[in-house]
Design a protein around this ligand. Sequence first.
Ligand code: ZN
Length: 301
Amino acid sequence: MIKTLESILRTEAGDGFFKRLPGEAKSAVGRNVRRGTKAAAVRSKRLIIKRLRRAQPNAIRNELLAILCACRKGRRCCHAACPVCTYAMQNLLTALMQDFRGVGIQLDTCMTLIPRLRILLSEAESPQGEDAIKIVEHLRAKLERAFDEAGVTLVFGSIDYDVNEFPQGQFKAHIKPHFHGTVRSSELTNSSDKIIRKNFKSGGSVNVPVLVEKFDGRDEWGRYMFKSPDRRKLRKQVAPKDRASTWLDSQYKPQTVAQHLQQLEILHLTGWKLRIFTRGLSLRRNRFDTWQLHVLHHTKN
Ligand SMILES: [Zn+2]
């Protein structure tokens, strides 16, 4: 599916996804809002190129810098670490999701799943690439297992990477890979919900590992799922020490340069291949010669 998505963006028709004027990217619970515009994506790409040029060079950074510098109209890189191409991918995936709703199969529930696993930020300012890949693969296997056990056959979503920082010093700063997606409420029975919650438990710095909300079809959620990770969360412990810890996202700030570079390296190494997470869906060209999401097997509606 990833190759097809990239090839759509590289066609003349795909050029439109680089031009759209989107609204906001908003989380299902409505607290986290980003204003996503083409201009912001262009600014963000410029900043990345500047930071990569100033950073201590290494093989990954050199490769990424070459890719981003070569990305321009007519020769798009479609890379997961490129904010301009991520912006277009966001628009494309959101449009596909809207079309899919149009054919009557409702992905009507938003789901966020936060595992305990994390990618530690290294002091050497460069994450252990193989470790990062393994951790993201581990999360994907965990998701597959949980959805298998719960009988959830249709999923459209993505893996997101936030930087978490703990000013009170309880945990080392880390990148938390987590899942945002849409599923069907008809597949979320009490028992399947229980199974998913058994697979994603609270503990460590995670106090709400499973978030389920009704999805009203807003484009904002589609954009939120596939946004460029761009900030760090400061997390504060709010419960007394003798009780179960409760964590609050006390503040959102831009990442430090070192955190930003490590986040970019993770995006570079894992790519859209490990970011986009779907189950039971494929992309097919319809008779009007446009691409649409299709259900792979017949599943109960
Ligand atoms: Zn690009």
